[in-house]
Design a protein around this ligand. Structure first.
Ligand code: GLP
Length: 244
């Protein structure tokens, strides 16, 4: 079931999101966090860092599992999702980096790396999964058409997804990786609580289809309608078609 919460803007969305997960962070010191990249969760990560700095939460014994990673980008590349996570969260809290997991986009044996990632996620059930959403309704890098039964797998990115992400690569589409490894939809559905954030008009159509549309692989995020515990926090622009 999806519970929708409206936020005025990006800042309010980030604050509401933090309040939605804060109790888990405080009450479960060994929580497993499912984390996302993209511009959307950065404000939430800032809230997490602020509260950590205030001494209210410790991540020392927590484990994190990130959704996805580009294939072929060196880990040190500033736009690798590993770099993103270090820069925007891990470097600023007391989580043990050995407990932070991001798919290996450089694995020689991708199939094995994917199977291992799903096995790890099964062994460490995610307490709270943070999600953004792609303009085409993707979650993680599960593009439209992905089977609901999917586990971690390698995907070819859609042209519109690569265009959306070109802003992180000097607006040069040729620099945007063509493939990624992503946690599958079934893995994501294993999380106990899912908190999906959306900000801006570019997400409005995807949010409408996710919440009100049919449950179909054409809109991968629509699978969340069948999860028992989903909170969607959308700002005014992102909830344009589903106001009130
Ligand atoms: C990428 C990520 C997704 C993310 C989406 C939206 O495709 N793989 O996890 O939700 O972008 O990104 P943004 O938050 O920057 O709009």
């Amino acid at each position: 079931m999806i519970v929708l919460q409206h936020a005025k803007d990006y800042d309010e969305m980030s604050k509401i999101a933090y309040q939605a997960i804060r109790e888990i962070l405080i009450n479960k010191p060994d929580a497993v966090l499912g984390l996302a990249t993209g511009s959307t969760p950065i404000g939430l990560y800032k809230e997490m860092i602020k509260d950590y700095e205030a001494g209210n939460v410790s991540y020392k014994n927590m484990v994190s599992i990130n959704l996805d990673e580009y294939v072929g980008l060196p880990v040190e590349h500033p736009e690798s999702y590993r770099s993103f996570m270090n820069r925007n969260l891990f470097d600023h809290i007391d989580i043990d980096k050995n407990n932070t997991h991001v798919p290996n986009g450089l694995a020689d044996d991708v199939d094995q790396a994917c199977a291992d990632y799903t096995a790890f996620a099964k062994a460490h059930p995610i307490d709270v999964q943070i999600l953004g959403i792609g303009g085409n309704g993707h979650i993680g890098f599960n593009e439209p058409g992905t089977a609901f039964s999917s586990n971690t797998h390698k995907v070819e990115l859609k042209e519109n997804t690569r265009k959306d992400n070109a802003r992180f690569f000097d607006n040069d589409l040729s620099k945007v990786p063509t493939h990624a490894i992503t946690l599958g939809l079934q893995d994501i559905m294993g999380a106990k609580l899912i908190v999906l954030l959306a900000s801006g008009a570019g997400k409005a159509k995807a949010i409408k289809e996710m919440v009100l549309g049919p449950v179909t692989p054409d809109c991968p995020a629509s699978i969340l309608q069948t999860h028992p515990n989903v909170i969607v926090i959308a700002d005014e622009a992102a909830s344009y078609y589903i106001k009130g």
